[in-house]
Design a protein around this ligand. Sequence first.
Ligand SMILES: Cc1cc2nc3c(=O)[nH]c(=O)nc-3n(C[C@H](O)[C@H](O)[C@H](O)COP(=O)(O)OP(=O)(O)OC[C@H]3O[C@@H](n4cnc5c(N)ncnc54)[C@H](O)[C@@H]3O)c2cc1C
Ligand SMILES: *[C@@H]1O[C@H](CO)[C@@H](O)[C@H](O)[C@H]1NC(C)=O
Ligand SMILES: *[C@@H]1O[C@H](CO)[C@@H](O)[C@H](O)[C@H]1NC(C)=O
Length: 628
Amino acid sequence: MASSMQSSRGLLLLLLLLLGVLAGRSLADPNRLLLQQLHQVGLVNILDQTVRPSAPQDGKAYDFIVVGSGAAGCAVAARLSENPDWTVALIEAGGVENIAHHTPVLAGYLQETSSNWGYKSVPQKLSCRGMNNNECALPRGKVLGGTSSINYMIYNRGNRRDYDGWAAAGSKGWSYQEVLPYFLRSENAHLQGLEQSPFHNRSGPLSVEFVRFRTKLADAFVGASVEAGLPLTDYNGESQNGVSYVQATTRNGRRHSAYSAYIQPVRDLRPNLHIFTFARVTRVLVDAPTKTAYGVEFLHKNKPFVFKARKEVILSAGAFNSPQILMLSGIGPEDNLKAIEVPMVQNLPVGRRLFDHMCHFGPTIVTNTTGETTFTSRVTPAEMVSYLLAGNPATRMSSIGGVEALAFLNLERSKLPKDWPDVELIMVSGSLASDEGTGLKLGANFKDEVYDKVYRPLAQQQQDHFTLLVMQFHPKSVGRLWLRDRNPLRWPVIDPKYFKDEEDVEFLLDGIKASLRILEMPAMRRIGARLLRSPVPGCEKFEFGSDDYWRCSIRTLSYTLHHQVATCRMGPASDPTTVVDPELKVHGMRRLRVVDTSIIPEPPTAHTNAAAFMIGEKAADMIRSEWI
Ligand SMILES: Cc1cc2nc3c(=O)[nH]c(=O)nc-3n(C[C@H](O)[C@H](O)[C@H](O)COP(=O)(O)OP(=O)(O)OC[C@H]3O[C@@H](n4cnc5c(N)ncnc54)[C@H](O)[C@@H]3O)c2cc1C
Ligand SMILES: *[C@@H]1O[C@H](CO)[C@@H](O)[C@H](O)[C@H]1NC(C)=O
Ligand SMILES: *[C@@H]1O[C@H](CO)[C@@H](O)[C@H](O)[C@H]1NC(C)=O
């Protein structure tokens, strides 16, 4: 234990040292050799990003103003600025990425940095009982790259039926056949074994690869899933059901964020693309009589500025902040706007719906193997040197926070067609113990008691363990987001109402049972896999492993995977639950679109990052065709 703590500190120290070296090194006097080495391993990006701060010019006009540099915002800004005749401003509230963002194994720590907005839900009655004050943590990226710079890098597009459903509900142009080209356009696949697949493209901006570092625990999980009857599948290909090693948005084992994929390679080549960091948009400027957006107001390092838009304002501020900015601009539900005394421009159900994907953080499985579980503190100096200086993409450093394999299951309870999964099992070769309580526990707001009783002992034992997170794809529970006042610097109020619908819990319960069946398979037996039998605090009164025990555990170890959608729901104007039309234009408004995951109308059968890129690509096409 003591030695693992020491090496943990050693790792952090080394990283800090390197960061210090990078930050402190004068660019006028670069150490050639170091620069060369850094170039080789892609670290020069980091040096590069620390220079060239853009200073905004008050009152300046751009053709397009993109608010927010997440997956969707970077994609749309990059594509629009391909046209040298158009000027594009990309405005981001956060700063720039550094080496920690680029190192996949550190994913969990990023929520503890200023790259996270750090939102929390209002206290929940029916979920997040294992969290302090029953508040679920709702992290979002606040940095160039947005949430794609702090997420877990899982690349997952969703099910054909998701998109066909959007189209059937009136979002013309969004069927699977019609969105697939945009997924492809964004993708630069390096997926071994899938070179010939028509579902993957090798020349887009965003790198997608299998994680090159794999543990025996993942091999056992994939093997056991196959033994249990799941096909090996490319879940982004023809059929989603089955099991697969995870596909990740990494490049040579480094995070490939929206910024590194879309903006950084072209930034210096495009004088028509201006990027502003630490610039927080507080309002869209709207001409109320004509309902036309003509610019934005923002604070740059706490000073007020205005930019004018000659063509369009594009909100890509994410599922919490795009609705917030709309409401601050007088576009939202009448009652909420009245309550916060913002004059109403357009009455729309902004924030009225909020869907998310809830997980149960477990079951946790212990094995009789050793040395496999991902502990950030057990990354060896040799692995660090190999990764950082020799550029080796196959060390523990490139593990995407321990996520190694995914299984997509269809449950008996389901009323959906058999090719439309209900739950996902996310195999993580670790747990809350993976960082000895220094990152994940705080990030998710877990109570100390939960950590101490369930996870702390795992950090102290030699035997390996891993977690099967069970996630429900199609929850019925619907939450809400609203504003308490019109101060643009205050948090929106977020009430996700997880598990309000009892059946959502039953889906997770059945998912847990399915995961336990996989544990019975020979590949699992061979590593001595068995359920960790430490009762979750608050659930001791139920017989361990009974259905009621698991129901209690589901409402306690409630862990969102942060796939919030639908706060600016897309659909035809005739649908009173929608905010934007199928061209992503805000209903009733001119020159104003929302382009991010807030437009997704229903919880998809996917993690939401890939879709955010697709939405950005498709939006760029629609905008281009309108203005050319
Ligand atoms: C911890 C975590 C892990 C995740 N893991 C995965 C995963 O492994 N795979 C996956 O597919 N999905 C994952 N997701 C979800 C996925 O990353 C997001 O859904 C997706 O990246 C959202 O993209 P976006 O473009 O809609 O918005 P965001 O990426 O959230 O972009 C919004 C941007 O707007 C900026 N902004 C907000 N307000 C303002 C303002 N007022 N002024 C200026 N700028 C502003 C923000 O700082 C941010 O940069 C994860 C999410 C989180 C939080
Ligand atoms: C692959 O991506 C490139 C660049 O975005 C695009 O031009 C091309 O059409 C894509 N190929 C396919 C098959 O979609
Ligand atoms: C783990 O358990 C399995 C099954 O009991 C056994 O075959 C194997 O030898 C054990 N391995 C170790 C390292 O103890």
